[in-house]
Design a protein around this ligand. Structure first.
Ligand code: UDP
Ligand code: MG
Length: 323
């Protein structure tokens, strides 16, 4: 029997200065995946580490047939590293996790089970999170609440890297910046069925976290982007155009009212604050309206240049084709 050409399952892990964790990580991944009896690959991406991660990776690749080792030229960040792993992966199912042993590879079969139930994306929920201190947990809790509210995807924990996806989903989403955290929200925009399962979480054994408190603010900015994408990606004019027209209408009503006073009561309207409001409302309205038109053009270019369809098909059923 020859080996299958393509693995069913790809595990994608970004690594930045994780030389101490790496051997244990591979060992634990193999221990939980080999017994499943389905072909898999481990796509491990060294994100330009300054420690010995790349050399450990090379040694492990020589010893492990399932391993696909990638070494990026410099440190790009977690999202590009994951994106590189996605592009190199071949499995129909993709699982991501962190390379610092904080996620437990033993949870992977549970995530896969949920995919088999028909979900497109299964997200881990670190319900007993082992990260030190309120300074990490509190901002994260607030951010999770806010993200759930704004994106409409009801998950408890967006920051957990342990997730499982169907391949089509990952291919539909183009990642950039630090948007890997919003993959569930972006997937939801693409019409994915999403669920979450409780997973283990361990304290970091080696090395240190690559992020500080400033991450909270960057996450909030990214959230604004995602919110905008969700609401306006295909119809910016509906929002800006409507606001613009409403503002122009308000300005005109006020201006007419002032005009009536001037003509009927011969009132002196030159120094009325209301005049200022009327003029501002009209000018702002025209601006909003034009902005909506520009955004509309911009989105048109965006969609056409990407060859990005404005819909996603879950399935197409055809008759037998016997006419
Ligand atoms: N990571 C990466 N490139 C970076 C920063 C982080 O590939 O520039 C990897 C890192 O090695 C780890 C994962 O992304 O596997 C998550 O990073 P970390 O554990 O520092 O984040 P935290 O768990 O503190 O949220
Ligand atoms: Mg970590």
């Amino acid at each position: 029997m020859s080996a299958p050409l393509r693995p069913e399952l790809s595990i994608v892990v970004p690594l930045y200065n994780e030389e101490e964790s790496l051997p244990l990580l591979v060992e634990q991944l193999l221990a939980s995946l080999r017994p499943l009896g389905r072909p898999f690959e481990l796509v491990l991406v060294d994100d330009g580490s300054s420690d010995g991660t790349a050399s450990v990776l090379r040694v492990m690749a020589a010893q492990t047939p399932e391993l696909v080792a990638m070494v990026l030229r410099r440190n790009y960040g977690q999202t590009p590293a994951m994106s590189a792993g996605f592009d190199a992966s071949r499995g129909d199912l993709i699982v991501t996790l962190d390379g610092d042993l904080q996620n437990d590879p033993a949870d992977i079969p549970m995530l896969l089970e949920q995919l088999e139930q028909g979900y497109d994306l299964v997200s881990g929920w670190r319900y007993q999170r082992q990260d030190d201190g309120l300074s990490r947990l509190l901002p994260s809790r607030l951010a999770n609440r806010l993200i759930a509210k704004v994106t409409g995807v009801r998950l408890h924990d967006y920051g957990c890297s342990l997730k499982a996806y169907r391949r089509e989903l990952v291919e539909d989403i183009s990642l950039y910046g630090e948007l890997h955290r919003f993959l569930p929200a972006l997937a939801f925009i693409e019409g994915a069925r999403i669920t979450e399962v409780k997973v283990n979480h361990k304290a970091r054994q080696f090395g240190q976290s690559k992020y500080g408190i400033d991450r909270t603010f960057r996450v909030l900015m990214d959230l604004l982007t995602v919110w905008f994408m969700k609401r306006f990606l295909t119809r910016p004019m509906h929002v800006f155009g409507f606001g613009g027209l409403a503002s122009i209408a308000l300005g005109l009503v006020l201006a007419l009212y002032l005009l009536a006073e001037k003509l009927l009561a011969n009132a002196d309207i030159g120094n009325r604050p209301l005049l200022l409001v009327a003029v501002l409302a009209i000018v702002a309205g025209v601006q909003l309206f034009c902005f909506g038109l520009l955004a509309e053009l911009q989105m048109r270019t965006y969609h056409e240049s990407q060859g990005r369809p404005i819909y996603r098909v879950r399935e197409t059923l055809r008759g037998s084709g016997a006419f």
